[in-house]
Design a protein around this ligand. Sequence first.
Ligand code: URA
Length: 190
Amino acid sequence: MTDLSALADDISSCTRCPLHRGRIHAVPGDGQSGATIMLVGEAPGREEDRQGRPFVGKAGRILDEALHAAALKREELYITNVVKCRPPGNRNPRQEEVEACLPYLESQINLIRPRILCTLGRVATEEIFPRYGLQPVPLARIHGTAYEVRDTPGVIVPVYHPAATIYNPALAEVFMADIKKIARLSEDLR
Ligand code: URA
């Protein structure tokens, strides 16, 4: 089996879908190969495309604050996205782009073998849930719930996307509470 850095090289030179044409950098993901917690967002934005790293723009700052409040160290997690290249104008990724890119996420999950997989936002939740036989009913109902699945990862927890708290500040506390819940879950696994 390939390792994470070889996989990152494959992602960086990927031409499986048209998104590669507009990218500055592909954004494979960041973090520990043996991470207990894996966070999966939607797709890189402008700043992520510039830097080649996930969640380094405005949404990333919100995520960092929540991780800090939950005493989680970003470098101990693994953070990635469903789609590894920025969709133009930050539109939602198209289904064919998701399908082309998902094998990379599957390989990352198999290599990292996280115990907790956290889907950040509706797009990641809707793409990942059905693959584990779960129903991605509205996030408003299921956010913060730990769904047990067979094998890896073990537990899937959907949460709001950090950017959702920009448009709806009332979600900031909810998002923070859900990230703290994930921190407690990972403590329980130690
Ligand atoms: N939003 C995402 O979903 N992913 C990123 O990496 C940045 C913003």
